[in-house]
Design a protein around this ligand. Structure first.
Ligand code: IMP
Ligand code: MG
Length: 182
């Protein structure tokens, strides 16, 4: 079966949201320097665009969460790794994530980052799926928030993958979950 990508947010729509978000974040942190921490790999494209719209003194870092049983619904997070030793003490940290779905990944990450005692820790997500939450967490900023469940569809593109594919699409679309790749 061919897996067609249905466009959900166009390249232009994303660009407009990223400009607005960059402006908002710059105002909210006005006069401060921030440490942008991007969750690999889904937030990388978003991070590259967003940092160019933030008018603040910032540093960029990436981190990765390794999870076992990633394909099951009861994922077990096992490891967290950073690109470099990030000196988070006394820093204002902006964590960028691709999607907040159940909130399990984010809750795990926040727990670990808090231990490093940053001065502040806030979260910006590319896409929020608030209806899917199992843990009561709310990102401070989101580029897009889905009002309704996607049913059996899955988000791809603009950094988001399905089994590592589709990250290079310039827009965000949906594919049928479980359908064979095109
Ligand atoms: P959570 O732990 O359930 O909140 O899941 C968050 C993670 O699941 C994100 O960082 C994404 O990598 C992945 N994810 C959840 N929904 C989607 C989707 O629709 N498309 C691509 N990845 C997704
Ligand atoms: Mg993924």
């Amino acid at each position: 079966m061919k897996n067609e990508v249905a466009v959900l947010y166009s390249e232009e729509e994303i660009a407009r949201r990223v400009v607005a978000l960059g402006h908002q974040i710059s105002q909210d942190y006005a006069g401060r320097g921030i440490c942008v921490l991007g969750l690999m790999k889904g937030s990388l494209v978003f991070m590259a665009d967003l940092v160019r719209q933030i008018r603040l003194d910032l540093t960029m870092h990436v981190l990765k969460v390794t999870s076992q049983h990633e394909r099951t619904s009861s994922r077990l997070m096992t490891e967290i790794s950073y690109s470099t030793a990030v000196p988070l003490e006394c820093r204002d940290v902006l964590l960028l994530v691709d999607i907040v779905d159940t909130g399990v990944t984010l809750s795990y990450l926040l727990g670990h980052i808090h231990e490093l005692a940053p001065r502040s820790l806030r979260v910006c997500t590319l896409v929020d799926k608030p209806y899917a939450r199992k843990i009561g967490l709310h990102p401070d900023w989101s580029a897009f928030s889905l009002a309704e469940p996607l049913g059996d569809r899955f988000l791809v593109g603009y950094g988001l993958d399905h089994e590592e594919r589709y990250r290079g699409l310039p827009y965000i679309g949906t594919i049928e979950r479980g359908a064979a790749p095109a």
